[in-house]
Design a protein around this ligand. Structure first.
Ligand SMILES: *Cc1c(COP(=O)(O)O)cnc(C)c1O
Length: 222
């Protein structure tokens, strides 16, 4: 077992002031490590791969809130729809339609966040600002009753340059506020998911309400 208890308690204390929710990112880590953090009181956990998430969910307590933070393929939605708490990486109306369909079968409403491409890097996927606005307008005209789009998610550029990171988080926060005011389907937006082990203090300063932290708690991934 390799969880960093000191880092966890420190982080909880640090986040208490901002009110931001901690999602402990447990991808690639064993069930025993998740259990250890659960025993310290942690309930929100994030995973990137559908199969890994399903296997872990079956072995762990039912009151865990599971966050899917990876790139979700439409054909895999059905496996996580019965239990997933929040899907962070939504990047199309088509994917929302599939989540809506599978959620309806389970008689659930599934919370979703739209992933916004805020980084300069080509590799990080997501919507640009105009696509987010267009998607919220599409949702208003064509509501999906089993989906609740609750806000935005973004990943900053992987760089040492704090001003670049800060600028990217700030642009996500501005887009969040813009949507709340200008697109009726976003009036109940409440979540900005931004900040990871390396950049969460900046994300908090820029208005994050949810941080996704892995290596700081579970150690680095091989
Ligand atoms: C892996 C991952 C994280 C956590 O990264 P750390 O640097 O280990 O804190 C956060 N968000 C997403 C989308 C991830 O894939």
């Amino acid at each position: 077992m390799a969880i960093n208890t000191t880092a966890y308690t420190g982080l909880i204390e640090e986040l208490r002031h901002s009110g931001a929710v901690l999602v402990a990112v447990s991808k690639t880590k064993p069930v025993a490590d998740i259990r250890a953090l659960y025993d310290l009181g942690q309930r929100d956990f994030g995973e990137n791969y559908v199969q890994e998430l399903v296997e872990k969910q079956e072995q762990l307590p039912p009151d865990i809130r599971w966050h899917f933070i990876g790139h979700l393929q439409s054909n895999k939605v059905k496996y996580i729809a019965p239990f997933v708490h929040l899907v962070h990486g939504v990047d199309s109306y088509k994917l929302l339609q599939e989540i809506n369909k599978q959620a309806a079968k389970c008689n659930r409403v599934i919370g979703c966040l739209l992933q916004v491409h805020i980084a300069k890097e080509e590799t990080k996927f997501g919507l640009d600002e105009s696509e987010v606005v267009a998607l919220m307008q599409l949702l208003e005209a064509n509501p999906l009753p089993h989906v609740a789009v609750k806000g935005l998610m973004g990943m900053a550029t992987n760089t040492e340059d704090e001003e670049i990171i800060r600028g990217e988080f700030r642009s996500l926060k501005m887009l969040f506020e813009y949507c709340r005011v200008n697109t009726p389907a976003a009036t109940r937006f409440s979540i900005i998911s931004m900040g990871m082990s390396s950049d969460y203090p900046i994300a908090i300063e820029e208005g994050s309400t949810m941080v996704r932290i892995g290596s700081l708690l579970f150690g680095s991934r091989s």
